[in-house]
Write a protein that binds this ligand. Structure first.
Ligand code: DP6
Length: 406
C-alpha cells in the first residue's frame, strides 16, 4: 500500500523545502535610488549568521490542482497580492520562461501556468530588527528557483522582496554591489569570503525587545533619502572607501580594524536616522547602555576586543572572537542581570561560564539594569541557503496546505 503522502503527493507536481540565513550588515545599506527595483544608493557588506541558530524555512509547491497562488507566514495566511511578493513571483517565472526558451520547449518538466503555494516559518521573532525579511525573501527566491529549475544568481529576485535579502543568498562574508545600470542588472550580491574563512569569529545577538519595530526600514530610508544631507554625503563620500577597508580587514582577519569600522558604520547609519526629518531613532536606552558597555570593556583591555552593530531596531549584534565570548557574556550578565529564567538567558552555541574579575567589574561604569536584555543568541558565521532533502520537513502537506505552524 502506498502511503497517504505518496498517493496524495502525486497531485503535487513539485514540492521543495529550503532554509536561508539571516545576515547582519557591517557596512549598512540605507537608501534607494530606485524604489520599484530596490536599487541602493551605496554598496553594503554583511556577515551571514549560522542557520543552526537563526533561519527561515520555506516550502513551495506547484500543482495543476491549485486555483490561486497562496502564502502562509509563520502559520498565518497572508495576502499574496502584496507588491514585493508579486515582484518575486513575476521575476522567478520570467527567469524560468527565459531558461525554457533558451533551452527549447520541454526543458522544464512543469507548466509555468501552475499556481504556487508557499509556507514559511522563522525560528526567531519576526520584525524584531533581526533581518527576518532578508532571510524570508532569500529563502523564497531560493526555494522558488528550485521549484522552477532556475539556476545562477538570484540577487534580482531576492532584492525585489527586500534589498538586504540578496546578501542572504550566500554564506560567509557578502558584498552587495550597488551597481550603476538603471535596470539593476549589475546590482548583485557576491561572496567576499566563505564561511570557514574566519573560524574564530563569534556573533552574539542581544535581544533587547521582541516587539515589532516602529518605523519600518522601507519608509524610514525613504524619508532619509528625501531629507538627510548626511545620508547623501555618507553614500557618496564615505561608503566607497569603507567598503575597500572592510574587505581588507576581512581578508587579513584584522579583528580590531573590522570591529572599529563596524561600530563606526553602525553609528553613522543611526546618525543619518537622527539627521532625517522628522528624526528616526531605532536605539533605546538599553541599546545605548550596550554601546557604553562595549567601549568600557575594550578600554579596560586596552584593545578592541568586541564590536556592536544595530539595524532598524534596538537589538544589538556583537562581534567578538572565541577567546573573548565567555568574559563578554559575563559582563553582559553583570550589567543586565536576567530578571527570570537565568538558565535560558544564553541560547545557541555553548559558552563555558567565566568569572568576571573585580578589575573589569569596577571598569563597567553603567548601573546594572535588570531584565533589559531578554536573552542572548550565541552563533557564528554560516553557510548560504540549503535544500532539505527529507520529505518529512515539508511545511505543506500532501493537499498543498500548511501541515504545521511555527
Ligand atoms: C538597517 O532590506 O529591510 O538592516 O529594501 O526596503 O526591504 P528594504 O529594506 P531592508 O533594509 C535593511 C536596512 C538595515 C541595514 C542593512 O541590512 O544593510
Amino acid at each position: 500500500m502506498p502511503s497517504a503522502w505518496a498517493m496524495a503527493s502525486e497531485k503535487l507536481q513539485v514540492v521543495v523545502t529550503c532554509t536561508a540565513p539571516v545576515n547582519i550588515a557591517v557596512i549598512k545599506y540605507w537608501g534607494k535610488r530606485d524604489e520599484a527595483l530596490i536599487l541602493p544608493i551605496n554598496s553594503s557588506l554583511s556577515v551571514t549568521l549560522h542557520q543552526d541558530q537563526l533561519r527561515t524555512t520555506t516550502t513551495a509547491a506547484i500543482s495543476k490542482d491549485f486555483t490561486e497562488d497562496r502564502i502562509w507566514l509563520n502559520g498565518r495566511e497572508e495576502a499574496v497580492g502584496q507588491p514585493r511578493l508579486q515582484a518575486c513571483l513575476r521575476e522567478i517565472r520570467r527567469l524560468a520562461r527565459k531558461r525554457r526558451s533558451m533551452e527549447g520547449e520541454g526543458a522544464l518538466p512543469l507548466s509555468l501556468s501552475y499556481k504556487v503555494h508557499v509556507a514559511s516559518v522563522n525560528n526567531f521573532p519576526t520584525a524584531a530588527g533581526l533581518a527576518s525579511s532578508a532571510a524570508g525573501y532569500a529563502c523564497l527566491a531560493y526555494t522558488l528557483a528550485q521549484v522552477y529549475g532556475v539556476e545562477g544568481d538570484l540577487s534580482e529576485v531576492a532584492r525585489q522582496g527586500s534589498g538586504s535579502a540578496c546578501r542572504s543568498l550566500y554564506g560567509g562574508f557578502v558584498e552587495w554591489q550597488m551597481g550603476e545600470q538603471a535596470d539593476g542588472k549589475d546590482s548583485i550580491a557576491q561572496q567576499v569570503a566563505p564561511e570557514w574563512h574566519w573560524p574564530e569569529l563569534r556573533i552574539l545577538v542581544l535581544v533587547v525587545s521582541a516587539e515589532k519595530k516602529q518605523t519600518g526600514s522601507t519608509v524610514g530610508m525613504q524619508t532619509s533619502v528625501e531629507t538627510s544631507a548626511l545620508l547623501k554625503f555618507r553614500a557618496e563620500s564615505v561608503v566607497p572607501a569603507r567598503m575597500k577597508e572592510m574587505m581588507r580587514c576581512i581578508k587579513e582577519r584584522d579583528f580590531p580594524g573590522f570591529a572599529q569600522l563596524t561600530m563606526k558604520d553602525s553609528n553613522q547609519f543611526h546618525a543619518t536616522c537622527l539627521d532625517t526629518f522628522p528624526p528616526i531613532s531605532y536605539l533605546n536606552d538599553t541599546s545605548r547602555r550596550i554601546i557604553q558597555l562595549v567601549h568600557c570593556f575594550n578600554t579596560h583591555h586596552g584593545q578592541t576586543k568586541v564590536a556592536y552593530t544595530f539595524d532598524a531596531g534596538p537589538n544589538a549584534v556583537i562581534f567578538t572572537l572565541d577567546d573573548t565570548v565567555a568574559e563578554f557574556v559575563a559582563a553582559v550578565r553583570h550589567s543586565f542581570p536576567p530578571s527570570a529564567n537565568g538558565d535560558k538567558f544564553l541560547k545557541g552555541l555553548q559558552v563555558t561560564p567565566a568569572p568576571l574579575s573585580d578589575e573589569l567589574k569596577a571598569a563597567l561604569t553603567t548601573e546594572p539594569s535588570p531584565g533589559s536584555v531578554q536573552y542572548i543568541i550565541a552563533t557564528q558565521v554560516g553557510p548560504g541557503p540549503q535544500v532539505l532533502d527529507d520529505p518529512h520537513v515539508h511545511l505543506l502537506g500532501p493537499d498543498g496546505l500548511p501541515q504545521w505552524a511555527a
